[in-house]
Design a protein around this ligand. Structure first.
Ligand SMILES: Cc1cc2nc3c(=O)[nH]c(=O)nc-3n(C[C@H](O)[C@H](O)[C@H](O)COP(=O)(O)OP(=O)(O)OC[C@H]3O[C@@H](n4cnc5c(N)ncnc54)[C@H](O)[C@@H]3O)c2cc1C
Length: 422
């Protein structure tokens, strides 16, 4: 009888468990979770905060007990893994227990980044990642005591937190250390449009603002002191400045790591029998050919499936790690496919703007490098698929169905010509 361990029970861990169980009815599957709640979807936390989802809506696979029963798992609740002996496939838990396995999956995800900046642990300063973070923020908003909020970090998580405050009629300021919003994904011009849109909704946006420290004031407010000398005072401060992979416990494991755990296309690490999937890994990015940590829900689920299938003796590869970011906020949606940092002055650009739609795209020869769009929600999937195909089969033309879809949805012909290879 095979004995499997899954460390971390989020999207990746759940999908792996499902795959293993579907191939191996007899297996013992131990799941180590550092919480006592079921696998939740972190991207739904802000929807719960603004009231568009009930608490249970954050748990797409059901409660921990339901998962345990459905997949016949042994779930070790509130049992964070503190170390892994990679060579012997041994797991060491916070409660002192040690257990050896035939196969191990590492799917510990990522946590909100909290650098050692003075004041980040003050009451009223928060991050947004977990279901508990969401419950706390929802309660604070519901108390009616929040009149002003400062959000630090104009990126995917920060913008969703801004949306929560705007919907709750809390006066909100968004600051970022970078010269423009969505800095790692947006062209400067796209970010200008995103900033204007946000300001129209009453959000104050201030850029090039690096946080120095936060202090609590006698009246219960908080003041963020910036390196520029500027200060921002608010009732609460959200710190949304990125994530770090949950891999610290692997430091003496012998498992090869960079920013995340390094894996091949079958989600195998450098050590036999040890696999990894989800936000904690760096898988091959098909655009650059290099390992990259691309923490999105689809990747986590698919990588979990691939790992589970391979762990249970099958053969499956993960083949679609591309940079794609999508944010839907305050009636806007911004999508970025591809790597904006790969674009330079030698490249060819296309730009289009009207009241509803903004597009900026970059290519070099036949190779599309990055596409930014605001206001294109329905066509995002089509454009993403076109982008993936241009990388996978550079000689192929865009399929007629996609062209028709874009034309009938109001996309300019010049954009389609720009995307065409010939
Ligand atoms: C606010 C927000 C918005 C987002 N928006 C989007 C979006 O629009 N689109 C998109 O695709 N993605 C989005 N994401 C990212 C997406 O949620 C993640 O990519 C996905 O949830 C990753 O799943 P995972 O299973 O790898 O990790 P996680 O969901 O982080 O699960 C890992 C689990 O492992 C546990 N764990 C950690 N360490 C240990 C340990 N040592 N022992 C035991 N257990 C451990 C953790 O507590 C956690 O429960 C968003 C995320 C956030 C926070």
């Amino acid at each position: 009888m095979n004995k499997y361990a899954i460390v971390g029970f989020g999207c990746a861990g759940y999908h792996a468990a499902e795959k293993i169980r579907s191939r191996d009815q007899e297996a013992v599957i131990d799941v180590y979770s550092d919480t006592d709640i079921g696998p939740y979807n972190p991207m739904l936390t802000t929807y719960f905060v603004k009231g568009s989802l009930p608490y249970e809506g954050m748990f797409p696979f059901g409660s921990l007990e339901e998962c345990e029963k459905k997949l016949n798992l042994h779930i070790k609740k509130e049992c964070p893994v503190t170390a892994v002996d990679g060579e012997n496939r041994m797991i060491c838990c916070a409660d002192g227990t040690k257990e050896q396995y035939d196969r191990i999956l590492l799917s510990t995800g990522a946590s909100a980044l909290k650098p050692p900046i003075p004041g980040l642990s003050l009451p009223g300063v928060f991050t947004m990642r977990t279901a508990e973070d969401a419950v706390r923020l929802k309660e604070r908003i519901a108390s009616g005591k929040l009149k002003t909020a400062l959000v630090i970090g104009a990126s995917w998580v920060g913008i969703k937190v801004v949306e929560d405050f705007v919907e709750a009629k809390v006066a909100t300021t968004l600051v970022d250390g970078a010269p423009w919003m969505f800095y790692v994904a947006a062209f400067e011009e796209t970010a200008r449009r995103a900033k204007e849109d946000l300001e129209k909704k009453g959000v104050r946006v201030s850029l090039c603002q690096m946080l120095d420290h936060i202090e609590a004031n006698a009246d219960g407010t908080l003041t963020a002191f910036m390196k520029s000398g500027d200060t921002f005072t608010a009732d609460t401060i959200g710190v949304c400045i990125g994530v770090r992979t949950n891999t610290g416990f692997l430091k003496d494991s012998g498992i090869a790591m960079n920013r995340g755990i390094l894996v091949n296309s079958r989600m195998q690490t450098n050590l036999p029998g040890i696999y990894a999937a989800g936000d904690c890994v760096e898988a091959k990015d098909i655009q650059s050919g290099q390992p990259k940590n691309i923490g999105v829900w689809y990747n986590a689920g698919r990588q979990g499936e691939v790992a589970g299938e391979n762990m249970a003796g099958g053969f499956m590869e993960f083949d679609a790690n591309i940079l794609v970011n999508l944010a839907h906020y305050l009636d806007y949606d911004f999508i970025c496919v591809g790597d904006v940092s790969a674009c330079g002055p030698e490249d060819e650009y296309y730009e289009y703007e009207d009241e509803k739609l903004y597009i900026k795209a970059c290519k070099n020869g036949q190779k599309i490098k990055c596409i930014n769009m605001i206001g294109s929600a329905d066509a995002n999937g089509v454009v993403k698929n076109i982008f993936i195909k241009t990388i996978e089969t550079p000689e192929a033309e865009i399929d007629v169905k996609s062209v028709c879809y874009l034309l009938t949805n109001g996309f300019p012909e010049a954009f389609i010509s720009f995307l065409r290879r010939k």
